[in-house]
Design a protein around this ligand. Sequence first.
Ligand code: SF4
Length: 441
Amino acid sequence: MKKSVVSIVKYEAPFESVKKAVELADGFANMPGRAKVFIKPNIVFWSKSVRFPKWGVLTTSRVVEDIVVLLKEHGIDDITIGEGIVGDPKDRETPAHAFKTLGYETLNKKYGVKYINVFDRPFETVDIGDGIELNFNTDILNSDFVVDLPVMKTHNQTVVSLGIKNLKGVMDIKSRKTAHSPEEAKNLFHCVPRLPDRLPPILAVLDGIYTLERGPAFDGRVHRSNILVASSDVLSADMVGARIMGHEPRDIPILANAAANRNRPSDLSDIEVVGESIENVASYHEYDFAYHEDDQRCVPVPLARDGITGLFYRKYDETMCTYCASMNGLILSAIRYAWKGEPWDRVEVLTGKKMTPTPGMNKTILVGKCMYQKNRDNPDIKEMIPIKGCPPDPKTILKALHQAGIDANPMLFENIDQLPGFFMSRYEGKPEFDESFFQVS
Ligand code: SF4
């Protein structure tokens, strides 16, 4: 049996470390000469209003530049960096600000690299099997070779978010929502494993200079880990990355299903690890937010510790897509700050696409169009408080919380752009969290 090679390298120096990781994995073996190359970093979020923690959340510009230089050394001139940052797809300013701040404009000047916001470009429908059609950016589809540069992070819905999951960012909004289908045979755990199947050959380089627990965003816990993982087989890279973060691929639906689709084992027995050993660099990364549930409440553990009662905020599931997910943390923070010690009136909050109301609740908040459409006629709802938008509008969320008797602070919803900035205080006085990794000089 021919084994897939995965390299693990400690990040020690600019360029040399990335070069070593790629060379050990023979990462360009499948790259045609004079290839048109598409680089997919992970820019899961951006704010142009405040500085926010990028460590473990975004691919470092250090690794992006090192890959560009390496490609140039291999005679590659046609290089495009592409990403579809989560947010309003009509907002052109935020992605432009992200690309400029991350140094992509400088990469263009220094090396002639192009960079694109995928929402400015056409999409093409691709059949990924089992009747599932997704719209992919045409630039990646028409490239000859893809360099997939995710951050090494765990993820509260998918356990890990690595090379395969990173490819979700080249689809249009409609397809991203489709990938969170409530139908089991078409859900996130079935769509995501197929994302690489119709793409050109992929070199995956997992950027673990900073790794993230409970990702995908800035509210997770970051580590300076100094790890790079590379392979010309994206599933193999992901399986090794998962084990480094303490999770067995067989227990991770997107990886177990990707392995099964390819008739491969999920125990790494068909993978050869070169460079560092997994054991040498492994450290356990939590992925989940624990919830506390009893007959008085259902809330994340920190809110239960605050003593919150009378609120049943059901734990998110895999059907809640990114746009509702980005509001979820805000709603929970607003609820936490609004707690004054008086039990709320058995308020249930439902999210995603498949939750149903619990009999015996007095008020039911339905977050997002999907919840409203699913449950609007449900007789178990005594008082319905719908938030109908897709994605839900912050002002409507605030109004709904007030209607439920939860006195949320309007400032939180008016200054939603500022929130990520508050997380910067965690990193003050810690020189290992170095902003220059996200700059190109
Ligand atoms: S309402 Fe929320 S869960 Fe439903 S499609 Fe819109 S963003 Fe996704």
